[in-house]
Design a protein around this ligand. Structure first.
Ligand code: G1P
Ligand code: ZN
Length: 541
């Protein structure tokens, strides 16, 4: 098997979710190969093992899949299960790893980042539990990438991935599978498809935006074929390498067609969307957008209505910046609640140990122990199943939820594409100021605690430091600052703002009105304008 000599690149440190760079970076000679070799070299015991491989179909997916197949063969793998045309959604990869009990899998995606030749590309390794490699393993990939001198790649023809079936590269078996079938079967096990079918038959109006990304084929199969939703329920359902020129981020801005439709008096009962690789979700009821943090809490409160969760939840977890709405449900229902750093990889140990059955993030990621990734279609099916059982509108369910648990008013302000040095300086200056803040009176209340979040993983007993700067107030309000770990250009500052009001308080305020004082304070406390030259965020999520 040919060995190719190479030199290290210095920028192959995985971020919040694998290695993400511009497509043009990945197209540089040896760039992808180096990182793939760094992954393989860091994994002892790979000889003869099985790997799952697939991606969201974005530009460069086809080229990268062929390269990785040849490298897997040269690195001693015995079998690779690859999605037809190289396509698999992120949750489908996670499921296949678990179902077929493989050594692990490689996912090609830059999630909701734009695609096409000018867009982004990414690669991520998931381990045998189906989940993203933990921080220590990702660090090992980076270390290997810094020391690399050569990589192994089979001298073979490209494999025909257009048909399901098996072929070989050298001694390694390449098995091309239908990307949708096993995933759809799992969804049938978890949800009451009969009840959801009856909901659609009863005239419930649903629209799903696949954003020209990977969920198109999954959504058509599940919603239109298996659940009998009318044809045309799934829009933008044909996956494209550049996502039709769009930005496959399921938020009100990029999924504006379904969002606007749902905000009308006569809009659909439920509008939903998923992102590039199918792990994120957007939920909008008629005239009732649901924030991801609230959606997570509502799902937790109602999970027992869904067959796969009818025995009740064991425990739940959320990433630290996600609103504490979930904690209110856990407290009332008597299950444990954990707070982890940003990124799905931190949920893996808790899920594997059986300490939690549901988890999520404010960034439109919700999931459970059925796989080890967040899962966009699963979240939509959760809502459909709950709606089918409760026979109430989304708005009625939300009003009832707030009246029971109180409301966590919440917003995330993103300052995108700012100068990396300014961003680092801002965080550094605020970090220095933290010890002086506790006890300070502000128009938003008295600051009770100001610290930097670190996470002690109770399962593997590792500690992850530097996971966000927190300003906590006595009334459970808070401001959190962190820098994004998924961007490919400059830096993005994320400021998370939250205020809790109890059931006897005003539950129907306008969100920005409810948060005014905290928002103003978030700007002055961190001197955002001075460090970034910006006074207003680019995106309010
Ligand atoms: C973002 C989200 C985070 C999510 C990650 C991967 O990371 O904030 O919750 O896990 O994308 O989808 P960030 O860019 O903030 O590092
Ligand atoms: Zn994603």
């Amino acid at each position: 098997m040919p060995t190719v000599h190479t030199k290290p690149f210095d920028d192959q440190q995985p971020g919040t979710s694998g290695l993400r760079k511009r497509v043009i970076r990945f197209q540089e000679p040896h760039y992808l190969e180096n990182f793939v070799q760094a992954i393989f070299s860091s994994l002892p015991g790979r000889e003869g093992e099985t790997l799952v491989l697939g991606g969201d179909g974005r530009f460069h997916n086809d080229v990268a899949v062929q390269t990785i197949l040849k490298m897997a063969a040269a690195n001693g793998f015995g079998h690779v299960i690859v999605g037809q045309d190289g396509i698999l959604s992120t949750p489908a990869v996670s499921h296949l790893i678990r179902l077929r009990e493989t050594f692990g899998g490689i996912i090609l995606s830059a999630s909701h980042n734009p695609g096409g030749p000018e867009g982004d590309f990414g690669i991520k390794f998931n381990g045998t539990n189906g989940g993203p490699a933990p921080e220590a393993v990702a660090d090992a990939f980076f270390a290997a990438s810094r020391a690399i001198t050569s990589y192994e790649i089979a001298d073979a023809e490209d494999v025909d991935l257009s048909q399901t079936g098996t072929s070989k590269i050298g001694r390694m078996v390449v098995e091309v599978v239908d990307p949708v079938a096993d995933y759809a079967a799992l969804m049938e096990e978890l949800f009451d498809f009969g009840a959801i079918r009856a909901l659609f038959n009863g005239g419930f109006r649903f629209t799903f935006d696949a954003m020209h990304a990977v969920t198109g084929s999954y959504a058509k199969e599940i919603f239109e074929r298996r659940l009998g939703a009318p044809k045309g329920t799934v829009i933008n359902g044909t996956p494209k390498p550049d996502f039709g020129g769009g930005h496959p981020d399921p938020n009100p801005v990029h999924a504006h067609v379904i969002y606007k439709a749902a905000m009308k008096v006569d809009g659909p009962d439920l509008a939903a969307a998923s992102d590039g690789d199918g792990d994120r979700n957007l939920i909008v009821g008629r005239q009732c957008p649901v924030t991801p943090s609230d959606s997570l809490a509502v799902i937790a409160a109602n999970a027992h209505l869904v067959p796969g969760y009818e025995e009740g939840l064991i425990g739940v977890a959320r990433s630290m910046p996600t609103s504490a709405a979930l904690d209110r449900v856990a407290e009332a229902k008597g299950f444990a609640a954990y707070e982890t750093p940003t990124g799905w990889k931190y949920f893996g140990n808790l899920l594997d140990a059986g300490w939690i059955s549901l988890c999520g993030e404010e960034s439109a990621g919700t999931g459970s122990d059925h796989v080890r990734e967040k899962d966009g279609l699963w979240a939509v099916l959760m809502w459909l199943n709950i709606l089918a059982v409760r026979k109430e509108s989304v708005a009625a369910i939300m009003a009832h939820h707030f009246a029971t648990y109180g409301r966590n008013y919440y917003a995330r302000h993103d300052y995108e594409g700012i100068d990396a040095e300014g961003a680092t300086n801002l965080m550094e200056a605020l970090r220095k100021k933290l010890p002086t803040l506790a006890g300070q009176e502000t128009p938003a209340g008295t600051i009770q605690v100001a610290d930097e979040f670190a996470y002690f993983d109770p399962i593997d007993e590792t500690t992850s430091e530097g996971q966000g700067l927190r300003i906590l107030f006595g009334d459970s309000s808070r401001i959190v600052y962190r820098l994004s770990g998924t961007g490919t250009v400059g830096a993005t500052l994320r400021v998370y703002i939250e205020r809790y009001v109890g059931t006897d308080d005003d539950l129907e305020m306008n969100v920005s009105d409810a948060l005014t004082h905290l928002v103003d304070l978030s700007k002055t406390l961190a001197s955002i304008e001075r460090h970034t030259g910006r006074n207003t965020p680019d995106v309010i999520a």
